[in-house]
Design a protein around this ligand. Structure first.
Ligand code: RUB
Length: 308
């Protein structure tokens, strides 16, 4: 898939989920480098253009930004095209491998928090959250999952199909049923599109309501997130742009007059106070440690070079 096709597939949500869009964007950049016949400056210009194109596909998940920055890391300092090509290919492969390994580590670390007989509620379709659930199941723990439908895209259907295929008992509910069901839930596990330097979680619309309800019912609320979903640019005061999509996704072919405004924000913000812990590949961290993760794991170099 080339850059245009990848960006379009991300925009149209054929490829979706913060981890998957990051890997797809990085793969597309890697292919630009691999197939390039031109000189250094031309290659750098084409990579820069491809990067901007990929980044314009969806605005909210910082994973995409972190992924393409990682793929391009250090290329400006290189003096010939071959070195740039090799660097982008190496960077890209390393990012993709790290991101896949991170999912496995998150599965192993998070599974420790699931006890035999637990009922886990999850929202939307997060590979990181599913990695934890599947690992607990592989370890022989009996668990049940409640999955929200996740209007309007209904990613819950992907989730229940994935879990059913693994033989994990799963119940699907409409988003509005979360509070009614919370009394039978032991643990909430969700994914992340972005985590800010102050520990705010940006994830699928409805996540913050679930966090409030879990807090009210004293049910632990855990976020499953690779460290490349932490946002370095929020350190410098950038706000996270919440994507708004079209009205048709909500009303479908229902007869609603044009005079009616339909809003379709697809992500929301959950404050750190409602998050018990973030399961990352480097361990379970409190949301207030997000700053440390950004500075220590993503690194000074990385942050300051890519600040703009
Ligand atoms: C998906 C979503 C997921 C996160 C994390 O939204 O909000 O919870 O992206 O997913 P959309 P993962 O369907 O609009 O992309 O853990 O797979 O990276």
């Amino acid at each position: 898939m080339g850059v245009q096709e990848t960006a379009e597939a991300i925009r149209s949500m054929e490829i979706r989920g913060a981890g998957r869009i990051a890997r797809a964007g990085v793969r597309a950049l890697c292919e630009v480098a691999e197939g390039h016949q031109g000189g250094r400056d031309e290659l750098l210009r084409d990579l820069e253009e491809a990067k901007e194109h990929i980044l314009s596909s969806r605005p909210t998940a910082i994973s995409l930004w972190n992924g393409v920055q990682a793929a391009m890391h250090g290329v400006d300092r290189l003096e010939d095209a071959e070195a740039v090509r090799a660097r982008v290919v190496d960077n890209s492969r390393a990012f993709i491998e790290r991101s896949e390994r991170a999912l496995e580590s998150i599965g192993r670390i998070g599974a420790k928090r699931i006890s035999d007989g637990d009922v886990v509620l999850t929202h939307c379709n997060s590979h990181a959250a599913l990695s934890v659930i599947k690992e607990a199941h592989r370890q022989g723990k009996r668990l049940e999952v409640i999955a929200t439908e996740s209007r309007p895209w209904r990613q819950g259907i992907i989730t229940v199909n994935e879990l059913a295929a693994e033989g994990i008992p799963v119940t699907m509910i409409v988003d509005n049923a979360v509070r009614s069901m919370m009394r039978s839930v032991d643990l909430v596990l969700v994914g992340a599109d972005t985590i800010t330097s102050s520990g705010v979680l940006i994830n699928k619309i409805g996540t913050s309501q679930i966090a409030l309800i879990a807090n009210e019912a004293r049910v632990p609320f855990l976020v499953c997130s690779e460290t490349y979903k932490f946002s370095p640019i929020t350190l410098f005061g950038e706000l996270v742009e919440i994507e708004e999509r079209g009205r048709a996704e909500i009303i479908g072919d229902a007869d609603v007059p044009d005079s009616v405004t339909v809003r379709n924000p697809v992500f929301d913000a959950t404050p750190p106070e409602y998050i018990d812990s973030i399961v990352t590949e480097i361990g379970m961290i409190p949301p207030f440690a997000a700053y440390e993760v950004i500075v220590k794991i993503l690194g000074h170099d990385y942050i300051f070079e890519n600040k703009e």
